[in-house]
Design a protein around this ligand. Structure first.
Ligand code: ADP
Ligand code: MG
Length: 242
């Protein structure tokens, strides 16, 4: 029962195409898991199933005690515990940073305005952007906007954070600042599942690396496994990536 995220033999199809072909995995509280793999291997779909943005055909998914596979599950309850950050940060351009961050707490949790403001201050401090609280997104770099998107998730005080290639759209020099924020969260004990192409991050920060291939967990182990891949598929993937 110590797993915060637990997938059992999860199958997901889009039409005739089986994208997840029996995924089983357990993630403990405070664990940081990096998910790597080729484009199309099912990484995003797996994350989206965990947050019930996709409905699975069979298997079970438990997240923070919620039965995600249960059609009767209250999605608002699930999503209060699970934060998700995507490649595209999707901030509202006509709202300030503070307004972007407090939108969900105010609407979903009915947090009063003053309290929401302090939530925003607290979340922005964690991503190192306290001075941007009243800025508009267009006044920020891509890296800063992505850090605001992370702060927006943190303001809901999630128990698990899902990251789907959050640095893929950023220039290399902006990637570093976002990875640093994520590393800080990891060190602070956040439970995180991070789909990423950043092998350095996977090696240095993740407690465990999961290599997905053709809709399966193909190989898994500590970061060092990247230095000594066991399967030809991981070997090929790493060779192609360098
Ligand atoms: P990854 O994130 O590893 O690149 P995805 O999970 O996005 O892989 O996609 C896995 C496979 O599922 C791909 O073949 C993709 O085309 C397919 N797929 C993903 N989402 C959908 C969808 N909404 N409808 C149909 N096929 C999809
Ligand atoms: Mg993807």
């Amino acid at each position: 029962m110590s797993a915060v995220v637990s997938l059992r033999d999860v199958h997901k199809r889009f039409g005739q195409v089986e994208v997840l072909r029996g995924v089983t995995l357990d993630i403990a509280a405070g664990e940081v898991v990096a998910v790597i793999g080729r484009s199309g291997s099912g990484k995003s779909t797996a994350l989206r199933c965990i947050n019930r943005l996709e409905v699975i055909q069979s298997g079970t998914i438990e997240v923070c005690g919620h039965a995600v596979h249960d059609p009767a599950l209250d999605l608002r309850v699930l999503r209060q515990d699970v934060g998700m950050v995507f490649q595209s940060y999707n901030l509202f351009p006509h709202l300030t940073v503070a307004e972007n961050i407090t939108l969900a707490p105010r609407r979903v949790k009915r947090t009063p305005r003053a309290e929401a403001r302090s939530l925003a201050e607290e979340a922005l401090a964690r991503v190192g952007l306290s001075d941007k609280i009243d800025a508009y997104p267009e006044q920020l770099s891509g890296g800063q906007q992505q850090r605001v998107a992370i702060a927006r998730s943190l303001a809901m005080h999630p128990k698990v954070m899902l990251f789907d290639e959050v640095t893929s759209a950023l220039d290399p020099h902006l990637t570093g600042e976002v990875l640093k924020v994520m590393e800080g969260l990891a060190r602070g004990g956040m439970t995180m599942i991070v789909v990423t192409h950043e092998m350095g991050f996977a090696r240095r920060v993740a407690d465990r690396v999961i290599f997905m291939h053709t809709g399966l967990v193909w190989e898994t182990g500590p970061g060092q496994m990247l230095a000594a891949p066991q399967t030809p598929e991981l070997k090929d993937f790493l060779a192609a990536d360098l």
